[in-house]
Structure formats: C-alpha cells, structure tokens
Design a binder for this molecule. Structure first.
Ligand SMILES: [Zn+2]
Length: 263
C-alpha cells in the first residue's frame, strides 16, 4: 500500500529542467496550455500591440533567439519532447508600465514601459531569459496546482486518493499564475520561483549568445528606478536586491561556460 501511495505522489510531481527540483503538478499541460493560449489571444485583442517598429522587432528577435537556443539545448539532452506542447510567441504592448510576463506554454508579453530599463538588446535578453525560464520551469502550472491543493483544504495525498479530477481553471487563474497583467493586485511569484527563473534565465540568455554579465547590471537599474510602483513580477524587494545580485554572480561561472560555448 505504501508503495502504491508513493507511486501516486511521484506521478503527480515533475521535475524542473536544469534545476532538478521536484514540483507539484496536479494538472497536465494539455489542460493548462490551451487555456493559456486562449487567454493570450484575449490579451492581444484588448491591448495595443506594437508592430513593425525596431523595438517590436527586437523583442521578437531576442525571444526567437532564446527559444532556439533552449530548443537546441533540450535536443542535445535528448529531451526535445519536453517542449512539444509549447507555442512560443513574443509581443510588445504599448503601455507605460515596467513589466513583462510569460503565460504557461511560452506566450510572452513585454510592455513598452520596461524598455528604458532594459536600455538595449542585451537588457531585453535578460528579461526575456527570465520570462522564458518561468515557462520552461512551468511555474504557472505549479502555482495552479498549489492553489488548488490549498483551496480544497485537502492534502495532495487525499486529492489523489479520492480521485478528484483536478482544478477547474479560470482565465483569472491563468493570468494570476503567469503574474500577467497591468494591475498591482496580481500575485507575485514566490522567492523560490524568482530565484529559479533568474538562474535558468541567465543560462538561457548565455546559450543564445547574449553576455550574461549584463544581468546584474539590469537588476541594478531596475532597483534604482522602482519606487515600489512596479508590478510584483519586477519589484526590487522580491527576492531582495542584494540576494538577487549575489545569486546571479554565484551562477555566473556556469553561465559564462554556456556563453563561450555559444560562440
Ligand atoms: Zn519572474
């Protein structure tokens, strides 16, 4: 009985690529991603998309370059299938807020308000790497699973043993899970998720041939400009600024290996 029980738990967890951390997944990509893609279309319809400008082209170029580097990395690891359900897309939205986000399955949005902090293509690559990392680590799906477990008041084990069918997914939940949107009321990613996105993001930008040494400089600029007004995804307090910078520097040697290998 114990073994069957453990087996069930394992089935409901998956592991985060590159980090190896085990994460709760009470719902499959086949349920989360289609909802996410619908929701992204909705956001596009309701937003002022920027197209045909140098900035819009830059966001797409950086996104595509990082996407290809990640695909190449997974292929080399024999894990190309991990990315099967992803449908990458990179858009720039005209709105003066300092934010960017990525919905589950690879749907990225940058707001024009973050571009001055990015400063140039390298800065865009720092943010893009971080957002792509949230998607690859499937933080959105993990948050949906955690919220479901919390909202039912049941332990994961009892959800599994009673055969509950899993969370119903609303568009609000998708937005929340992605830290997406313009309001300050949206949920911040946990410190654990932010740190993981920083680390993988550093690797991904490096794999795509962008110098990862730009990342600490970008976060310095972000900390300097944000007076507590930016949405949770990019507040300077979470993780704390100094922790963020020292963690980035700690991961820099590995990132530089990826960077040199990309040349
Ligand atoms: Zn983040």
């Amino acid at each position: 009985m114990l073994f069957i029980f453990l087996g069930l738990i394992l089935v409901q967890c998956s592991s985060v690529p590159l980090s190896g951390r085990s994460q709760l997944s009470l719902v499959g990509n086949n349920r989360v991603f289609p909802m996410s893609f619908d929701q992204y279309e909705q956001v596009k319809k309701e937003s002022k998309l920027v197209t045909g400008t140098d900035d819009a082209r830059m966001v797409k170029r950086v996104g595509t370059r990082i996407q290809r580097a990640v695909e190449q990395y997974f292929a080399e690891q024999g894990e190309a299938r991990y990315l099967d359900d992803y449908q990458w897309e990179f858009n720039l939205i005209e709105e003066d807020i300092v934010n960017a986000w990525c919905m589950p399955g690879g749907k990225v949005a940058f707001y024009t308000g973050i571009l001055p902090v990015c400063k140039d293509e390298l800065g865009v690559a720092v943010v893009m790497g971080h957002e792509v990392a949230h998607a690859i680590a499937n933080h959105g799906r993990e948050r949906i699973s955690q919220q479901y477990a919390a909202s039912t008041g049941l332990s994961v084990a009892s959800i599994l043993l009673t055969g509950t069918s899993g969370p119903s997914i609303s568009s609000e939940l998708i937005m929340q899970a992605a830290g997406a949107g313009t309001s300050l009321g949206i949920l911040a990613f946990s410190r654990k998720h932010e740190s993981e996105a920083d680390k993988l993001g550093l690797y991904f930008m490096a794999m795509a041939g962008y110098n990862p040494e730009e990342a600490p400089k970008f976060w310095e600029r972000m900390a300097a400009q944000s007076g507590g007004e930016s949405p949770p995804e990019f507040t300077s307090t979470h993780p704390s600024h100094s922790t963020r910078i020292s963690d980035l520097n700690q991961n820099m040697p590995k990132a530089m290996e990826y960077y040199r290998a990309s040349k």
